[in-house]
Design a protein around this ligand. Structure first.
Ligand code: F6P
Length: 535
């Protein structure tokens, strides 16, 4: 299915992206998609009409339209877990019916959302209080999808943050919870335990530590703990009163869950209205994804660019480079979303994939990345397709000159990657500096930029809650489309299980209770070292 594309990719190596622009004055418009408040430009890639046609054909061969409808209408497309995949329903604010096993799930979704709104506003307004008065701080304890989405969104929406301070504890490393709780008042802190399963060892360990800290400090866990989970029996065993428990269903995958109760800390931070606007952005992207023709369809085109770079051209990673400091945690969020979803070696039917799985996703906000790893992106031997993101406008009108610099830097990087600098141009620059002969030649070679390196740019009006909702849903749907084309299940994560099992079996060994019999030599030696070197 990818042979022809791979042949086109081999041909594309021989031509320059700049030549594609020279041959087609409308290239920027013809290789961009717009929806709502954003524009995706993928013209600075090697994709031409023949490539795009072949990529679009993949959508039909994979029956994308039918798979998309299967997802939106609650079919059990997560086949290895026998579940529907309905995070899209969490942002279906108008409540159009969505059925799972003949039952409309929207009633339940909207009811919990309304309970969240009431609770969040009570916390923000002081109607719900801790043992020492109104809440000054909220600590969300969760990991993976129960952490990364809310962390990312809280930071992204900091201009809208007018509620109590919100902190996130995820790592089982005691350093994380110790450093977080130290400055807080145990009588005025709300702890949210966020765990889909309510069994995740990191989260439950941190939750017990937080409860002990609160009890020791005169706080009242019965009033000051809330839970977000699908496992309501376990939240009640933990002692969290039902009115502080916000449930969701197993058809919401952890990494897709920020739209529902897992987003509670975000709602407490920014308020119910701003959170609603975030949901509306996601809903708008749902509608666009469901209705737009493939070439106009932003998630589809972003996915096809991804397929082109990874499965056709063979580039093993992609960099996500938001020129937006408040999207600092977006790359980490996307790492889980993309790599946990599409890092699979077998197709839905269990047969091995014939092409590489999803790429390594990594990144950092610009301009910081420019002063760190962009050297490799520009002059390293591997091509790293880059996905730039930037707002047309910042949130600080008094600092508009900062934003202009930010935007200029973002645009400069994609231009530099594409344009490059030839040896002759580098020689000329050295000559202008007065160098001659061997020294000129030697120095010039270090200043060559291969260029012809691909990138996409997502430009949006301003990082509002609505736009953030659009961005997050855009990437979710992109992951879905890539997964459908690869024929894999993007909604399970069996690859995280083995490590969890081994960690459980290693518990008593690192406690020194049982020996290392049966363990490999390396693991046994590392355990022995740890036991020798601790008090
Ligand atoms: O790491 C695996 C995983 O299951 C993720 O998919 C999930 O987001 C995370 O653990 C946390 O799970 P839970 O919300 O059940 O604690």
């Amino acid at each position: 299915m990818f042979d022809r594309l791979q042949a086109l990719a081999a041909e594309a190596q021989g031509r320059h992206i700049l030549d594609l622009f020279a041959a087609d004055p409308d290239r920027a418009a013809r290789y961009s998609a717009e929806t709502g408040d954003m524009r995706l430009d993928y013209s600075k890639t090697h994709i031409d009409d023949a490539v795009r046609e072949e990529l679009l054909a993949l959508c039909d061969r994979a029956d994308l339209a039918a798979r998309r409808e299967a997802m939106f209408t609650g079919a059990p497309i997560n086949e290895t877990e026998g579940r529907a995949v309905l995070h899209t329903a969490l942002r279906n604010l108008d409540g159009d019916p969505v059925e799972v096993d003949g039952q409309d799930v929207m009633l339940g979704v909207l009811e919990v959302l309304q309970r969240m709104r009431v609770f969040a506003e009570e916390v923000r307004g002081g109607a719900v209080q801790g043992a020492g008065g109104s809440f000054t701080d909220v600590v969300n304890i969760g990991i993976g999808g129960s952490d990364l989405g809310p962390v990312m969104a809280t930071l992204a929406l900091s201009p809208y943050h007018d509620g109590p301070r919100v902190h996130y504890v995820s790592n089982v490393d005691g350093a994380h919870i110790a450093d977080t709780l130290r400055p807080l008042d145990p009588k005025r802190t709300l702890v949210i335990v966020a765990s889909k399963t309510f069994t995740t060892i990191e989260t439950m360990t941190n939750a017990r530590t937080a409860r002990a800290w609160m009890q020791d400090g005169g706080g009242d866990p019965a009033r000051q703990f809330a839970a977000v989970s699908t496992a309501l029996d376990l939240t009640s065993d933990f002692g969290i009163p039902l009115e502080h428990v916000f449930g969701f269903e197993d058809w919401v995958g952890g990494r897709y869950s920020v739209w529902g109760p897992i987003g509670l800390p975000v709602m407490i931070a920014v308020g119910a209205n701003a959170f609603d606007a975030f949901l509306r952005g996601g809903q708008a992207m749902n509608r666009h994804f469901r209705a737009a023709d493939w070439t106009e369809n932003m998630p589809v085109m972003l996915a096809l660019v991804g397929i082109w770079h990874r499965q056709a051209c063979g580039h093993p990673s992609r960099a996500v480079l938001p020129y937006d400091q408040r999207l600092l945690r977006l790359p980490a969020y996307l790492q889980q979303l993309e790599m946990e979803s599409n890092g699979k070696s077998v197709a839905m039917d269990g047969s091995p994939l014939s092409v590489p799985s999803g790429p390594v996703v990594w990144g950092e906000p610009g301009t910081n990345g420019q002063h760190a790893f962009y050297q490799l992106i520009h002059q390293g031997t591997d091509v790293v397709p880059c996905e730039f993101m930037v707002a047309a406008e910042g949130h600080e009108p008094e600092l508009a000159h900062h934003h202009r610099l930010l935007l200029a830097n973002c645009l400069a990087q994609s231009e530099a990657l594409m344009r490059g600098r030839s040896l002759d141009e580098a020689r000329q620059r050295m000559a202008d500096k007065g160098l001659t002969g061997d020294e000129l030649e030697r120095q010039a070679r270090h200043r060559v930029f291969a260029g012809n390196r691909p990138s996409t740019t997502l430009i949006y009006s301003k990082l509002t809650p609505f736009v953030l909702g659009q961005i997050v849903a855009l990437y979710e749907h992109r992951v879905f489309v890539e997964g459908v084309i690869l024929g894999i299940n993007s909604f399970d994560q069996w690859g995280v299980e083995l490590g969890k099992e081994l960690a459980t079996s290693l518990g008593p060994i690192v406690d020194g209770e049982t020996g290392t019999e049966g363990k490999d030599g390396s693991t046994a030696a590392l355990v022995a070292y740890a036991l020798r070197h601790r008090d």
